[in-house]
Each structure stands twice: as structure tokens, then as C-alpha cells.
Write a protein that binds this ligand. Structure first.
Ligand SMILES: Nc1nc2c(c(=O)[nH]1)N[C@H]1C(S)=C(S)[C@@H](COP(=O)(O)O)O[C@H]1N2
Ligand SMILES: [Mo]
Length: 300
């Protein structure tokens, strides 16, 4: 079993009770926009209050269904997820076509409340359910020369309007260095709020790498490949100057077209202040050592 990571965000602790009370009391004592502006800021600055399932499943990026934030919720119901098979290949001891249930059988399911930061500078907090990717890697048996894990999303042209109109090249592909993939924070998520993953969020199984920009968290995975070469990734292929392989959340390295120093919290309300973006999205204590000695500006 992988080394377990102890969640710092739980349903009881995400927003410390005194903060909640304080915010409510302040809200009660003030009116309208001024109250929201004044009180939204300190509570939201914590960045730890989970978004609602409604918010998480109606504002999405899933280009296979279109480029609009509302397209996935509108069209993803057509995604065919039963049966679901994942092809495991490359430098592994036990390659093959795995039924999803077989790949996950015997693995410990976890709930993880993570910050989620899109490269477009919006963010949410999502309570995921899933397994540690490390446990899946142990199950398939990573061979000694492997250094990277590559992932691929399903392509169902008949069900995916964005694929039919070729808004970007498909299949969507992503990858992690093996030590990133093995990190206990890295999940293969199968649900949100204890419910099966909504199709628009990447049913039936998607990656979640909370210290990286959201596009690394590839949806609806049908292939996992172990390799000794850094694998191509969709956004890096499209624009390597704007989207690097690592794409760690970093408020000090701006996107060429916008600042990454702050973010808009989805559901924060019309008058809420933008919140500061945290180094490694707030997971620096856990993951900074993975990048020791690396120039994070070069390796964006
Ligand atoms: N296959 C696939 N995976 C994808 C994307 C996509 O377009 N296609 N978008 C990425 C981007 S840019 C983000 S921000 C997240 C959004 O995940 P969410 O809709 O669950 O919030 O999914 C990522 N994974
Ligand atoms: Mo994103």
C-alpha cells in the first residue's frame, strides 16, 4: 500500500467553526453588497470551503463536448461509460485490457477535499472520491526503467460534439513524471461528494493532481502507459510557450497572457475579492521536494 496522506481538509474542518460563525455574525450585522464584499474576502481567502455539486458539475472544461463552460453539462450525458475498459501498456509487469472494476478491486477508496486551480485563473474546492494512483501502479507492476506515466481520454465521436468539430486534436493526452504519479496526493477519482463521477467531470475515472493546473487532470481515462520518455501532452503540443509539461500552480510565474498571482473562486459571489493563488496550490509542504534543484521558471 502507498504511504497514506492525511487529509488536511475534512468536511468538519474545512472552514473552522469560529470563522463560519464570525462570518455569519458579520453578515447578519451588515447589509447587501457591502457585507458580501467585506466578509467574502477573509473566509474565501482560506480557500477551503467546498463548492456545491451543482457548481462543480455545471462549470466545466471538457473540450470533447465543446469549448463553453456549459457545454459539458449540456452534452456529456451521451458519454457511454458502461462497460469501461482501460488499456494498460508499456513498461509494466501486468499489461492488458482491464475492466474498470478489476483495476480498482481491493484498493482503498479515499475521500480527499482538494483545491482545484484552472490555468485560466479560476478555482474551486472539490471533495473527490477515488484511489491513490500509486496503488494502481503497484497493481500493474511498474518496471524499473519506467520514468513517466502517460494517460489518454476516450474518443467517442458519435457522442462528442467537440470531437466531431475538432476544436483541438483528440485523443486528449496527459502525463506525469513517475514520482509525481506515485505521490500520495495524486488520485484516480471515481466520484464527487460520495456519488459516481458526473460525466461532465470525467466519468467514470479521471486523474486529480491538486498542485498542478487543472488541465493536467485528464478525464475519462481509457489508457495508462508506463514509459521511459516524457510523453506528449495536449496543451503543450498546442502551445508549448504557454503550457509546459509540469504546469505546477505557481503565483510567481505568469501565463504569457495573464497573471497567475490570484484567482476567482467559483461560487464566491459577484462581489467577492479575488483570492491569492498559493504556491503549488497550497500543497508545497507535500510536493516542493519533488522539484528540489529545478528552476520552476524554466520548467513551467
Ligand atoms: N479529456 C479532457 N480532460 C480534461 C479537459 C478536457 O478538455 N478534456 N480539460 C481540463 C481542464 S482545462 C480542466 S480545468 C479540468 C476541469 O475539470 P472539471 O470540469 O472537473 O472542473 O479538466 C481537465 N481535463
Ligand atoms: Mo483548465
Amino acid at each position: 500500500m502507498a504511504r497514506r496522506w492525511t487529509n488536511d481538509l475534512t468536511h468538519d474542518d474545512v472552514t473552522p467553526r469560529p470563522l463560519w460563525l464570525n462570518r455569519r455574525q458579520i453578515m447578519a450585522g451588515m447589509g447587501g453588497a457591502a457585507a458580501l464584499a467585506a466578509t467574502g474576502a477573509p473566509a474565501m481567502a482560506q480557500g477551503l470551503e467546498p463548492n456545491t455539486l451543482e457548481q462543480i458539475s455545471t462549470y466545466n472544461n471538457y473540450y470533447e463536448f465543446g469549448v463553453g463552460k456549459e457545454d459539458p453539462a449540456a452534452y456529456a450525458s451521451a458519454l457511454d461509460i458502461d462497460p469501461w475498459t482501460i488499456r494498460v501498456d508499456g513498461m509494466v509487469d501486468r499489461p492488458g485490457e482491464y475492466a474498470l472494476a478489476d483495476l480498482l478491486s481491493g484498493l482503498q477508496s479515499e475521500e480527499r477535499i482538494y483545491r482545484f486551480r484552472c490555468v485560466e485563473a479560476w478555482s474551486m474546492v472539490v471533495p473527490w472520491n477515488g484511489v491513490e494512483l500509486a496503488d494502481v501502479l503497484d497493481k500493474i507492476g511498474v518496471q524499473s526503467g519506467a520514468r513517466y506515466v502517460a494517460f489518454e481520454t476516450v474518443v467517442q465521436p458519435e457522442n462528442m460534439p467537440g470531437v466531431r468539430s475538432r476544436v483541438i486534436p483528440f485523443p486528449y493526452v496527459e502525463g506525469l513524471r513517475l514520482d509525481e504519479a506515485r505521490h500520495p496526493l495524486t488520485l484516480l477519482a471515481t466520484g464527487i461528494y460520495g456519488q459516481p463521477m458526473p460525466k461532465q467531470n470525467g466519468a467514470p475515472i479521471r486523474l486529480v493532481v491538486p498542485w498542478k493546473y487543472g488541465f493536467k487532470s485528464i478525464k475519462s481515462i481509457v489508457r495508462i502507459t508506463l514509459t521511459d520518455q516524457q510523453p506528449p501532452t495536449t496543451w503543450n503540443r498546442l502551445n508549448s510557450r504557454e503550457y509546459g509539461f509540469y504546469s505546477n500552480v505557481n503565483p510567481e510565474v505568469d501565463h504569457p497572457r495573464w497573471s497567475q498571482a490570484s484567482e476567482r473562486r467559483i461560487g464566491g459571489g459577484l462581489f467577492s475579492r479575488r483570492q491569492d493563488t498559493l504556491m503549488f496550490n497550497g500543497y508545497g509542504d507535500e510536493v516542493a521536494s519533488l522539484y528540489a534543484g529545478m528552476d520552476l521558471r524554466e520548467n513551467y
